[in-house]
Every structure is written in C-alpha cells, then in structure tokens.
Design a protein around this ligand. Structure first.
Ligand SMILES: Nc1ncnc2c1ncn2[C@@H]1O[C@H](COP(=O)(O)OP(=O)(O)OP(=O)(O)O)[C@@H](O)[C@H]1O
Ligand SMILES: [Mg+2]
Length: 364
C-alpha cells in the first residue's frame, strides 16, 4: 500500500472528486457554517463525529477509495466500503487505520478532512477544537501520527482521551468514584481492557485484535475448509447474521456467496451457525483470555467491586451474540452490554468535549 501512496512526495497527491450540486449543498446547514468543536472516534472500522451541543452527526466506515492513476479520491465512508472487492484494476479501496493506529497517514488525513467537511464548514482561520480518542496502549509514535493528521486536517486545539475511559463515560459510569470498574471495548481492530478507579486507569491492556479479526478468521476458515474465497463485506454480513460466541439457539443457517478458490467459478455455501462459531473461536478466546489476565493483575478490592457491578462491554465487536455469556462463564462475573455499543465511545468522547474542564485530568 505504501508504494501506491507515493511516499516522499511533497504535495498531497490526492485530488478530491468534484461534488454534484446536491452533494455540494447537502453537508452544511446554516448553523454549521461556522466551525464547531467536535469529538471524534477515529476507529479501525468506523469513524464517528460528535458536534458540540448537537450530538453524534456522522457514522461512516473508515474506508477510502481512490483512482491509482489520477490519485483522485472517489469515495469515503459507506460508499467506499461498498466498493470493497468490486473494483477494477485502477481503483484501490483502503482502510487507512489498522488495529487502532494510523497505517496510512496521507489517506487518514484526507479521510478526516472529508468527513469533517460533511458535517461542518472548515474555516481557514477559526479552527475547531477537538477531542479524539485513541487506544489505551497506543505508542508515542502512533499518538504523534494522530496529532499530526488532526492538525493537517484542520483541527485547532486537540485533546486525546483513551478509548476505554471514553467508553466508560459513554456507558454512563461515574469514573470519579473510588470504586473499581472494568470496561472492555471490543472494536474492529483493537480490544481495550481497563480497570478504572478515581478517574484513573488502575490496569489496562490493549490487544490488537477485534471484530474484524473474527471476520478475517471466518474468511480464512472458508478458504481452508471449503476452498472458497469470500469478500470481506460478505464475510462480515455472515458473521453478524449467523455468528455467535457460544451456542445461543434460534440462529438460521446462512448462505454465503463467493468463488471457488481453484476453479474461480461462483459458489454459494449454506453455513451452519455452529461452524461460524467455531471459525471465530481463536480471536474470541484471546479476548476472553486477556479479560481473565486483567482480573488476575487487578488488586482484590477492585475485583470485588467489579464482581458486584459487572464487566461493562462496549464497541461493535461486543455485539457478537453470546460474548457476554462466554466471559461470564469463564470469569464468574456478569457482563453488561452498553445500550448502543457502536456509539458509546464517541458519546463518551463528546461528553468529555462538552465538559472539558471537568474531564481535564483524563486527557492524555
Ligand atoms: N451485530 C454485530 N455482531 C457482531 N459484530 C458486529 C456487529 N455489529 C458490528 N460488529 C463488528 O464491530 C466491529 C466495529 O466496531 P467499532 O465500530 O466499535 O470498531 P472501531 O471503533 O472502528 O475499531 P477500533 O476501536 O478497533 O479502532 C466490526 O468488526 C464489525 O464487524
Ligand atoms: Mg473503537
């Protein structure tokens, strides 16, 4: 991917596709003509934006499609994701974030700018303040990349907040309490496990796998067991429709479409939910193992608190059926799934933006 990006060139090689008159009119209504402070969850799978005083205004896949010849950006977000696995040679579809960190700097910056531009007018002089969440175990280099990408995309003052803290705030927990609270945020490419008390992290562990790792495990399984190649979007739909962490009952067999890996002939396969569950077990067990390890490393008083309140699950990956049951069975602690797991982090980041003074000690 690096080769395609023309590293070392001074200028941004990406040209923005011209907007249709409808598109040009759509993104900014009157009240958004001045840049507004915002919160952003720049995730491996999805990017969400929260505007101050307004709430969550954008939820799009973190995907960009561009023409490799003209370097023109063709689509960002949902439309780009729909191109995955369906493009001609000259079009490349990329996810610029990998496992919670920026993998492709230039494309990430283009993506942030485009998505911000959809929800408000970006002024040259008045730059919005932003709170952006980052995985708890992010390296300094990765953190610097976020700071730089945000600045180049037009953000003025930037505050960073760790994803599990944002998740806790978004889940409505009182993080100021003198009480241990465990949050497990399972995203697309990262799982953050944190024990919080007194607005600080008593223990945290980041493992670089999540829901997308399960999707890939399913794709690999289909290739190895059935000699069948399936696109990422199809595999994700199959995981969501027929996947589970434990036998849950009531799941119907799912027909997945793809092509034969040897003959390239189109194929369909009726998959039993038991098989989908088996296919995603490895990454799932790594997540459960990391939760158990976190409990081992946490002091007994805090574990007692966690046992009383339950483990709080957030992030899209946590929506896998039966996941809470599996954690519960292996830790003997009840799990609470957040109300809307895909938006918990951005809502918590937004709450921190609305109350910057109150939350100032939690910013990185
Ligand atoms: N109903 C569902 N069942 C199982 N998995 C789901 C469901 N809905 C979404 N997912 C998975 O959730 C993941 C995306 O979650 P989320 O948007 O929280 O990730 P992210 O914040 O972009 O990633 P990260 O935090 O790792 O950078 C994807 O892997 C997606 O397949
Ligand atoms: Mg996330």
């Amino acid at each position: 991917m690096g080769v395609l990006l023309g590293r070392g060139r001074k200028t941004n090689r990406y040209k923005k596709k011209k907007k249709s008159p409808e598109q040009a009119m759509a993104p900014c209504d009157r009240k958004r003509l001045l840049s507004r402070d915002m919160a952003m969850d720049l995730g491996t799978a999805n990017t969400l934006i929260y505007l101050k005083g307004e709430g969550v205004v954008l939820h799009e896949p973190s995907v960009v499609a561009y023409d490799t010849k003209s370097m023109e950006v063709l689509a960002v977000g949902e439309e780009a994701k729909s191109y995955l696995g369906r493009t001609p040679f000259n079009i490349k579809v990329v996810r610029p974030m990998a496992n919670g960190a920026i993998e492709d700097f230039e494309i990430t910056q283009v993506m942030i700018r485009e998505l911000m531009g959809r929800v408000q007018k970006m002024g040259k002089f008045i730059k919005p303040k932003a709170v952006v969440c980052v995985p708890a175990g992010i390296t300094q280099v990765e953190e610097q990349a976020v700071v730089k990408a945000a600045a180049e995309a037009g953000i003025g003052r930037l505050f960073l907040i760790e994803e599990p803290i944002a998740a806790a705030i978004g889940a409505g927990l009182d993080i100021d309490k003198n009480r241990g609270q465990m949050v497990v945020n399972i995203g697309g490419g990262v799982t953050d496990i944190a024990v919080l008390t007194l607005s600080s992290v008593a223990y945290s562990k980041t493992i670089r796998l999540g829901g997308d790792t399960m999707t890939r495990a399913l794709m690999e399984h289909l290739l190895e067991r059935h000699s069948m190649q399936v696109g990422e979007n199809s595999a994700e739909r199959c995981k969501i429709a027929a996947g589970s962490a434990a036998p849950v009952g009531g799941l119907a067999p799912y027909t997945v479409s793809g092509k034969d890996a040897v003959t390239s002939i189109p194929r369909v396969l009726l998959l039993n939910p038991d098989e989908v569950r088996e296919a995603i077990q490895e990454p799932l067990q790594q997540i459960v193992g990391a939760v158990k390890e976190a409990l081992e490393q946490t002091p007994p008083e805090l574990v007692t608190d966690i046992a009383e309140d339950g483990i709080h699950l957030t992030g899209g990956g946590a929506m896998l059926r039966g996941l809470g049951m599996v954690i519960e069975k292996q830790t003997s602690i009840r799990c609470n799934l957040a109300e809307d797991p895909l938006t918990t982090v951005v809502k918590g980041t937004g709450k921190a933006l609305e109350n910057i003074k109150f939350y100032k000690k939690v910013f990185v």
